[in-house]
Design a protein around this ligand. Structure first.
Ligand code: GLN
Length: 290
């Protein structure tokens, strides 16, 4: 892959056009959007300011950084991995190699439990949330940002994810209500929660090879691999959650395509009642509540 030449670009707008042409020539599916997001992210402008800010001179060193970013993108690195951060539910979250890049689909999980968290805060003065498999901390942090009386304990097997999520909490001014620690789902926890949320790994192991190159090479396998049938994490959560939930508590889970019936059966067998099914923007049944 050729490294785009930005040596002739004097302004932000000229650099943007070089990236766009290179991405179009390489037939990137979202060439224009990628060029816009990368240029804006690296020069430090909001994307909608690129047009009006395009005449500004390109500061020293930025041409080199944009050339490297374009090269990485042309070699299959996702835009937000290059930028090191992604927006989720209105929050800017930093990524690391141990964290899944938060997806818009997962915003449906936040939407699905928001009323419950608000109602619990109104009735009890607080809502204790456990988020299992936190990655960047996206789900818990979004809920805390929306609900000032909620608090969250985030658990992840990966120490690096715990560090990334804790730093995101600190940057967002939410650390006083967010605690993250390493752990194996709910094992060893003594406290009870009003809400247990999780976007666990749910891709069957044999399907991992068929994921897009961007996902396969840049999202951590630990956050994707759901075991032979994709349901390993749900089995563990179903077995552990009843003992860690308050009596009026709720469990809310993201699921993969076509997993609704099997995941529901696991929880119903463990004594839960299903209280909601929510579809994502693509119409895929994506979130189950129990
Ligand atoms: N939604 C992710 C994907 O399609 C998978 C995340 C997960 O397994 N929890 O790549």
């Amino acid at each position: 892959m050729i490294r785009p030449d930005l040596s002739g670009a004097q302004t932000i707008g000229e650099a943007w056009i070089v990236l766009r042409s290179a991405f179009r020539a390489a037939c990137l599916e979202t060439a224009d959007l990628d060029a816009r997001l990368l240029t804006a992210g690296i020069v430090g402008l909001e994307a909608h300011r690129l047009v009006t800010g395009g005449d500004a001179p390109l500061a020293t060193g930025l041409g080199e950084r944009l050339a490297q970013a374009a090269f990485d993108r042309l070699n299959g690195m996702p835009v937000h991995r290059i930028l090191g951060a992604r927006d989720f539910y209105g929050l800017k979250l930093e990524l690391s190699s141990a964290t899944l890049e938060p997806r818009p689909d997962t915003e449906c999980l936040v939407d699905a439990v928001l009323d419950f968290v608000q109602a619990t805060c109104a009735a009890r003065g607080h809502c204790r949330i456990a988020d299992l498999g936190i990655g960047t901390g996206a789900i818990g942090l979004a809920l805390l940002a929306e609900c000032p009386d909620a608090q969250c304990l985030g658990i992840d097997l990966s120490e690096e994810a715990v560090t990334t999520a804790s730093e995101n909490a600190r940057r967002l001014g939410l650390s006083d209500r967010y605690r993250a620690k390493t752990g194996d789902w709910l094992s060893g926890l003594k406290e009870r929660f009003d809400l247990i949320v999780s976007n666990p790994p749910y891709i069957p192991t044999a399907d991992l090879a068929g994921l897009s190159r961007e996902v396969r090479e840049h999202d951590p396998e630990l956050a994707l691999d759901g075991g032979a049938d994709g349901l390993a994490a749900y089995r563990i959560i179903a077995a552990q959650a009843a003992d860690r939930l308050e009596s009026a508590g709720e469990v809310a889970l993201e699921i993969g395509i076509g997993q609704k019936d099997e995941v529901s059966a696991l929880f119903i067998e463990a004594g839960f009642e299903r209280s909601g099914v929510f579809a994502d923007l693509g119409g895929v049944e994506r979130v189950l509540c129990f």
